[in-house]
Structure formats: C-alpha cells, structure tokens
Design a protein around this ligand. Structure first.
Ligand SMILES: [Fe+2]
Length: 484
C-alpha cells in the first residue's frame, strides 16, 4: 500500500527532470507515424534547462538549470537530405565548463547562491545559464539568457563558439531572451536591465545580422523583473510589474535573487511606451498590479489604439514558487496564468479596456513570426487540460485561439504526455498552409518525440510523429528557421 502511495505521489512529468538530459550528435530520426510534409523545410530550435543536478547537488529553481539546445532539421539541404535529423547539445558557457571539470555546482544563479563560505558566496559570479530561448542569425545561433550576453553557437552542429556582444553590448549590459523581429525590415529589437542603485532599461535595435545599430536607455526606479516586452506597429511597450529586488539581501547573498524579489502591489504596473524608430519614451502610465512573464503579440489598430495579448497572473509569488518547485520534481502551488487582451492609448499609455479571452490556465503564447507586431488572427499557446489539479501538473496540451471567431481549438496529447511551447511554421509552398510543431515528453514510455500538426486541424491527429533519441526535458522557448 505504501509503495502504491509513494508511486502515485511522484508526478509522471518529473521523470523528464529526474536526471541530467543526455546530449546527442546529429542523429537521423525514426518516424513513429505519418510522414513529414515535403514542403516543411527548415530547423526547429528549442532551448531549456536540461541539467537540474550535478553529482547529487540540486539547483534552487528551474531557471538555474544549464541550457541545452535541440535542433531538428527537416528536408535539410546538407546532412540527412530528406531524412529528418536532430542534434542536442549543452551550451558550453564558461561557468558550465568549470563546473563540468570540477564535477560540482560552483556558481550562483537565479534561485541558488554559490555553495561554500561567505567569501565564495560573495566572489563567485552568477552563472550564465543560456537556457531560455534562441535567436537565429544568418551565420550563428544565439542561446539567450536575460541577465547576460548571449552565447553564440554553430547553426548546424550547435557547437558553442563563445560569448557574443553583437557589436554593441557593453560588459554590464544584458540581452534578454525575448527579442522581437520585424520580418518586413529584418530589424531585431530587444532590451536588457542593468542593475544598480540606479537601474536602467536599455533598448537595442539590431539589423538582420544581429549587429546593434541603435540604443536607447531610460532610468528605472528599483530593480524590477522584466522578462518580455511588446512590439506593436511603431511602438515598443513595456509593462513593468510591481516586483522589485531587495538589493541588500540579494547582493550580500543573504537571499537568492528569487527569494529577494518581493511583490509590491502598491507600486502598480508601470506602462512605458517607446517610439521604435527613435527609441524615445512617448508615454508613461501606471495601472493596476499584475504579473506577466509573456506577451502573445501587439499591434496598432486603425483608430490609433494598440492591442496587446499576454498571460496574466494575479501576483508574482505564486508563479515563481511553482516554477521553483518544478526543479524539485513535485509542485504544490497553483500558478494561474490567464490569457488576456488589453487595449491602450499609446499616446498616454492609458488602458481603454482589458479582459480575459479563454478559460483554461495557460502559458507560452506565440504567433506566426511574420505577424509579430501586426494584427494576428491566431495565437498558439500551451494550456492545462480540463479537470487537472494545476498545482500538481505541468501544461498538458497545446491550443490555438482564433481571435476572429473567439474559439479555442485544443490538441490533447493524451494522458501523461507533456508538449512544449507550440511553434507555428509556414509552409514553404502554400501560403495558406501552416504547421504547428511541438516536442512532447511521453511520461508513460519515458521518451520524447516531435509532433507535427496541420495548423488548421489542431484537434486532428498529428500528421507526423518522430522519435527523438533521448528524453528532452520540458523547456522554455524555441523558434523556426526556414531554409532559403
Ligand atoms: Fe520567456
């Protein structure tokens, strides 16, 4: 009886994190079912924390895991030809290399301080985990992490090439994990927060090669957590949630960064609207408190208002606590992420209206890359399955919300299967055809697969399932790169 109780208390999803993920060299993928669409030509890249322990030491938070990047190539012009293949490599950051050599965690992170004595704690730098997202540039892939410089990798082999300053990042300047690309101009926008007694929000515009062409900067009070921002037509919009770092406990290592972030609802949410061509502030406004990690999209309406979609939480503490618990393999906190839409006046920053769009709790909203910053009919996202105890579960389905018909189409992955953020991929031959790709962990079979859905029939069976050689732990963000 006790054995049964014990087994039912261990969530199936935690198997994906039970041991450090095993990287693998370029490997042809076996087809489990269906066929790869011939017009699907490109590479799906995904990033996420893949090592949550080292020789018995556990990370303090899911965000502390060492990043590993998965590349899955379809109809590749080089290796493999028509046969799909994949490669999975840890990002060899400087700190990762030291820890791998020593066989133990040495550095601090978001939710963990360096082990050892006070001197060790105060002198060891924070590890660049390079675990959050990726950015494809013409001659390199960037592994992104919001508190440091990106790491450059080879687009095909995923070999780590080193830190990248994009021709403009100073040492203290970070490059966040949610850059926005305008596919019409090729320009890439991103930001980074520089901490200090007088913190600053730095905004960058890069050309299509990633080289920084223009910078903006605005002082901000305190040290907030800013994870994502919005590109909406001619505007860049930041919603600064009322989370502030307690500087003294964090920098004297009395607390981890995660524990030193305090929810300050009295500060409200600060809305900052920037002109994207000048990177100058247009308006600043304060509204009610909430927290968000992610925005779905933003766009300018004909009447001059701006529409923004996001996953909104009532506060910071619950979602951060849940994400910390993921690293322990067992969660107990409800993180209620709700998909919302906001309309605001960019000239004043004032919100005109805002409301919840769908019922299921959800995360990872995303639109087609060509529609970033523009009106987009469909938002793809990960959702909780109906009826599950969300305090104990991870996101168990992907879905598509149609903003025109106000309908949600869900792709249920079946029991004990956990999909990652869905990525929309345009068909290279038919502009009306698209595919939705997700990497799925099957907890019953303890394996990972790539599932390809017809984007217009997300509730039908996937058109193709491919077996991956190793378990890929659930991670954060990915992108698609079409072969030219
Ligand atoms: Fe993110």
């Amino acid at each position: 009886m006790s054995v049964k109780n014990k087994s039912t208390q261990t969530p199936i999803w935690s198997k994906a994190f039970a041991q450090p993920a095993q990287e693998f060299a370029p490997t042809p993928l076996a087809i489990v079912s269906g066929t790869v669409p011939p017009s699907l030509r490109g590479c799906l890249y995904r990033n996420g924390p893949a090592r949550l322990s080292r020789n018995g030491q556990q990370v303090g938070h899911w965000f502390d895991g060492d990043g590993a990047i998965l590349g899955i190539h379809f109809n590749s012009p080089s290796f493999g030809g028509e046969k799909p293949w994949a490669v999975y490599r840890y990002v060899r950051t400087a700190e990762y290399e030291v820890e791998a050599e020593k066989g133990k965690f040495i550095f601090g992170g978001y939710g963990m301080n360096p082990p050892g004595n006070l001197w060790d704690k105060l002198t060891k730098p924070v590890k660049n985990a390079a675990n959050t997202s990726v950015l494809v540039l013409p001659d390199q892939l960037l592994g992104l992490w919001e508190a440091g410089h990106p790491y450059s990798l080879d687009l095909e082999t995923l070999e780590t090439l080193g830190l990248e300053d994009l021709g403009g990042l100073e040492n203290h300047q970070s490059y966040s994990a949610h850059p926005k690309r305008d596919t019409a101009t090729g320009d890439i926008y991103n930001f980074g927060v520089t901490p200090g007694l007088n913190s600053s929000l730095n905004i960058y515009r890069s050309n299509s090669t990633g080289q920084i062409q223009q910078k903006g900067m605005i002082p901000i009070s305190g040290l907030p957590l800013i994870h994502d921002f919005v590109l909406a037509g001619p505007y860049l919009i930041f919603f600064i949630s009322p989370v502030r770092l307690q500087l003294l406990p964090a920098f004297t290592k009395l607390k981890t960064f995660s524990d030193a972030l305090s929810w300050r609802p009295e500060l409200g949410t600060q809305i900052l609207v920037f002109d994207r061509s000048s990177l100058q502030l247009i308006s600043r406004q304060e509204t009610e408190p909430w927290f968000q990690w992610h925005f779905g999209n933003g766009y300018l309406e004909a009447d001059g208002t701006v529409v923004v979609s996001l996953i909104r939480y009532e506060d910071f503490d619950q979602t951060n606590q849940y994400l910390q618990e993921v690293a322990t393999g067992k969660t107990r906190t409800e993180a209620k992420g709700r998909f919302w839409q906001i309309r605001l006046d960019p000239k004043s920053g004032k919100i005109i209206d805002s409301y919840q769009l769908i019922d299921p709790f959800c995360e990872f909203p995303i639109v087609a890359q060509t529609e970033v910053g523009k009106a987009s009919r469909f938002t793809y996202l990960s959702v909780h399955k109906p009826g599950v105890d969300i305090s104990k579960e991870m996101l168990g389905a992907i879905a598509c919300f149609d903003h025109k018909t106000d309908t949600l189409t869900v792709a249920d992955m079946g029991s004990n299967c956990y999909p990652m953020e869905p990525i929309y991929v345009p068909d290279t031959e038919d502009p009306d055809q698209g595919w939705v790709l997700t990497v799925v962990f099957d907890g019953d079979r303890n394996c990972s697969e790539v599932w390809i859905f017809d984007a217009s029939h997300l509730d039908a069976d996937p058109v193709c399932r491919l077996a991956l050689p190793e378990v890929i732990p659930m991670g954060f963000h990915g992108t698609w790169n079409s072969y030219n």
